[in-house]
Design a protein around this ligand. Structure first.
Ligand code: ATP
Ligand code: MG
Length: 870
């Protein structure tokens, strides 16, 4: 069965059981402080489990892009070495939000696997939670009894908390789970060892394929469990592992999900898969990683130096390293795999098709720059080896190479062993640990449980329409971090405060009680759809009603920048073409920043056209027309661009100014005229094929023009306020050029005279034409004179001193014949004489100079020079 069919059979099976099929949510998370990437199918539905939002359907099914490369789930180091862990993989899931529970979940999983897919019952094992004393939980006998109906009891295994109790994090929804394992070994192997004994033992052919999680508890901050009123089903089946089973192969990499990519790697690198274990590992690493990187870029996460971008960069670099070391690829090639990938997966994930060009460009550029790092690292490593006295290279040196230059440690150790050196690995680990401790100490944070004042999960955002409201605090908690000390997070029953999101900063403002006492709100953020206000203190009487007031000035400036961002987006597509797509944006009160796909630097004309386009719409006084809570289809009909940023269950808000329509949750001016004016202040590249524009509006433009004007008047003042300042400046420049020419020719004459003088003063000491003298020439002049004399005389030894701006300079010229035949060395001369002028220098054996801070010592140096020729 082809992978495409396997995927669609799963979805239609659950569709027949009344589940709504929903698309995969984006893999890169924007608004979640606890997680960078979706690492399990349940992540996009977190807010339903937490009770912060109501799902549209109680039964849902999907395939979700997951990435397990950081945090709690990190499989990165396994990938390539085994045959069934990936960085990016698809998790097939069926979901019940407070609807069906264990009985149906178990029965349907069994029906799908054994009847629809036709998997032989005799290769399946299931596990159930054995219970846990610490949590005071008994065995999950409900699950056991439901399983008993389908599978013989000797195939139901009991598992501990580690394998069979699933938790979202330190806090939050959790519950027991049942895993389904397959044993795909040969009959011969099975005869040797019972499959039961290999379940959960990391055997490559006895693997978990599906996990059914029964969410029935909530873990509180103090570690205790409470029962949830609504119980949920969360299941996740590894799509690639399922394909392995159904296609009768022994490795995920032998399924049609991977073979087309592997064939392409073979062609490009001229290596064969399946002949040499090291080559195989490298090919698996590359075939896996290109998927993770391509999907991330398609989701808008480019490789970068921090956060999620850095994780992506590291994945790509790992692939480059394996190609470099084991496949002998010293030039970029991974980007060439994007073609087959988008061909094969573009149907299920259209973003791979529409963004193909960008993905290729970004990967190629990253490959190039990391390959340069590798080359440089090799040079540095050679130097380290040369300086190493015994044959052990210190951990500190290797760490520096790793930390400062990004040179991978396993490569260091490989190269060292090839050269007959060893690496002090313990020393390296110590350095690494020290660094980890430093960063952990900086980011340590503790979060209390919420204190609930009013049990009310509906929180209304009213900040589109008003900046002030009477509010009640429904819950709060304390968060302590090393960096910021104690902070409080407050949730209100309703709020005018906009929470950071969609690139727009969170509102600031204050809470005021009846006595006029004020607590400042320093920032507003969203967590799992709840709007949280940050304060340094708690208000005194926390149960009272407060007036919540948004800082109107900051909000207005931010709104000007946000609306201008929409107009800028429209302008860029109009002026440059419809290939322009938004790749990131930051809307602050002081400026806006907009990243977009485009392949060349913008010309002056293009920048001017873009500015004019935006300003024409500001002059056009276009009113804000918004539609809140409309279904996606309606927004698209309005003319909004479909972005891959929405997830299932979202209704959207369409924001229109004239012909500009965007899906946007941000706040905007009521009329474009409010913006007053738009000005671009910079344009540049951020990555291959991605440009960035920074711009300002409103007050900031006024300040900008004011400052420029001020500078202009100061300049005019310096020119004595001429009637035509530009003409005056041009005159000044011309005058300057002609004076410069005159000076040059005067200096030439002077040098000529000095040369004549010096020639007359040469004395013959032991057959050497010798002169040591102080002259009034600059460094360049001295050099010219010395070389001209050198062309006229053999056996010349010249030492010239000069004083320039209170500093001393000695220059020594020695003819080549003296250097080769008599071992004279100008470098040695200036080093030795340098002590008279309190300085030092260097150069070449026939010409060297020394600078020093003691001009009074020049005379003594000139006298001492005679010693060299005597
Ligand atoms: P394992 O013990 O094999 O790492 P897990 O316990 O981490 O699996 P879950 O978190 O329960 O797995 O995820 C649900 C399913 O997703 C698994 O049953 C498996 O089929 C699949 N899966 C998990 N991690 C990966 C991975 N790194 N690559 C591919 N599939 C995976
Ligand atoms: Mg795992």
């Amino acid at each position: 069965m082809k992978s495409q069919e396997i995927r669609s059979k799963f979805l239609s099976f659950f569709e027949n059981k009344k589940h709504a099929i929903v698309p995969s949510a984006p893999m890169v998370l924007k608004d979640d402080p606890t997680l960078m990437f979706v690492n399990a199918g349940m992540v996009p539905f977190k807010e339903f489990f937490l009770g912060n939002a109501e799902p549209k359907n109680q039964r849902v099914t999907d395939t979700q892009k997951c990435l397990r490369v950081s945090g709690k789930h990190n499989d990165l180091e396994e990938v390539g070495y085994d045959t069934y862990h990936h960085t990016l993989f698809e998790m097939l899931g069926n979901w019940s939000f407070g609807d069906y529970f264990k009985e149906e979940a178990i029965a349907w999983a069994w029906e799908l696997l054994t009847e629809v897919y036709g998997i032989d019952k005799d290769i399946l094992y299931v596990t159930v939670f054995e219970g846990d004393d610490e949590d005071g939980l008994p065995m999950d006998s409900e699950a056991y009894d439901f399983w008993k109906k389908h599978i013989s009891e000797d195939r139901i295994l009991k598992g501990n908390k580690k394998d069979n109790f699933w938790e979202m994090g330190d806090q939050g929804p959790c519950g027991p789970c049942s895993e389904i394992h397959v044993d795909i070994r040969s009959a011969e192997e099975k005869a040797k060892i019972d499959g039961k004994d290999l379940v959960n033992m990391d055997h490559p052919q006895v693997v978990e394929i599906w996990n059914l999680v029964f969410i029935q508890f909530n873990r509180k901050a103090n570690g205790s469990l409470e029962s949830l009123p609504n119980k949920h089903i969360d299941t996740g089946m590894g799509f690639e592992r399922l394909c392995m089973v159904l296609q009768g192969v022994q490795s995920n990499y032998d399924t049609d999900v991977f073979t087309p990519i592997i064939r392409e790697v073979e062609t490009i690198t001229n290596k064969d898969y399946g002949k040499d274990e090291k080559v195989d590992i490298a090919i698996r690493v590359i075939s896996d990683h290109v998927r993770a990187v391509a999907f991330s870029i398609a989701d808008g996460q480019l490789p970068s130096n921090s956060g999620a971008g850095y994780v992506i960069r590291r994945i790509l670099r790992r692939a480059v390293r394996y190609g470099f070391t084991f496949l002998d690829k010293k030039e970029p090639f991974i980007y060439r795999l994007v073609d087959v990938l988008s061909e094969k997966m573009g149907k299920a994930f259209p973003e791979l098709k529409s963004q193909k060009q960008l993905i290729e460009n970004v990967i190629k550029e990253e490959e190039q720059s990391f390959l340069r790092t590798l080359e440089q690292g090799l040079i540095l490593l050679n130097r380290i080896v040369e300086e190493t006295k015994d044959d052990i290279v210190s951990g500190e040196k290797a760490f520096e190479l790793y930390d400062t230059y990004g040179f991978p440690i396993d490569l260091t150790s490989l190269i060292l062993s090839e050269k007959g050196y060893t690496l002090d690995e313990n020393g390296f680990k110590k350095e690494l640990q020290k660094q980890k401790d430093r960063s952990r100490a900086a980011s340590e944070m503790s979060t209390d449980d919420w204190t609930i004042l009013i049990d009310d999960s509906d929180q209304e955002f009213i900040g589109y329409d008003t900046l002030e409201a009477n509010v009640k605090i429904t819950r709060y908690r304390k968060v302590t971090s090393k960096k910021e000390g104690d902070m409080y997070q407050l949730v209100f029953n309703l709020t005018p405060f906009y929470a950071e999101g969609g690139g727009q900063v969170g509102d600031k403002g204050y809470l005021e009680d009846a006595h006029g006492d004020v607590v400042y709100i320093l920032d507003t953020k969203k967590e799992n759809n709840v709007i949280i206000h940050f304060t340094k203190n708690l208000p005194e009487d926390i149960n009272k009603t407060f007036k919540a007031v948004v800082d109107a000035k900051q909000r207005h400036r931010t709104e000007c920048n946000h609306t201008a961002t929409h107009l800028l987006h429209q302008a860029l597509r109009e002026v440059l073409g419809t290939h322009v797509e938004q790749k990131g944006s930051a809307v602050h009160s002081k400026y806006l920043r907009f990243d977009f796909s485009h392949f060349a630097k913008l010309t002056v004309e293009e920048l001017r056209d873009v500015e004019n386009f935006v300003n024409a719409r500001i002059d056009g006084k276009l009113p804000l027309e918004e539609k809140r809570n409309i279904p996606m289809e309606e927004a698209i009909a309005e003319g909004a661009m479909a972005l891959f940023g929405e997830k299932y269950g979202d209704t959207v808000r369409a924001v229109r100014f004239g012909q500009s329509v965007e899906l946007c949750g941000g706040t905007h001016v009521k009329n474009t005229a409010d913006i007053w004016h738009f000005k671009i202040v910079s344009e540049g590249a951020v990555a291959a094929g991605i440009r960035r524009i920074e711009a300002i509006t409103n007050d900031a433009v006024k300040d900008f023009y004011h400052e420029n004007n001020q500078a202009f008047f100061e300049m005019k003042d310096l020119l004595n306020n001429p009637k035509e300042p530009i003409k005056a400046l041009q005159n000044l420049q011309e005058e300057n050029t002609s004076l410069r020419k005159q000076i040059e020719s005067l200096l030439k004459d002077k040098a000529k005279n000095i040369k004549r003088e010096l020639k007359n003063e040469l004395t013959n000491v032991n057959g050497i034409q010798f002169l040591a003298k102080k002259v009034d020439l600059d460094a360049a002049g001295i050099k010219d004179v010395a070389f001209e004399l050198g062309n006229q005389f053999n056996n010349l030894f010249l030492l010239l001193g000069t004083e320039q701006n209170g500093k001393a300079l000695l220059s020594c010229y020695i003819s080549k014949d003296l250097v080769t035949n008599k071992q004279f060395n100008a470098v040695q001369v200036v080093r030795e004489l340098g002590k008279y002028i309190q300085g030092g220098g260097g150069g070449q054996p026939f010409f060297a100079t020394a600078g020093g801070k003691n001009p009074a010592g020049i005379e003594a140096a000139l006298i001492a020079a005679q010693e060299f020729v005597k």
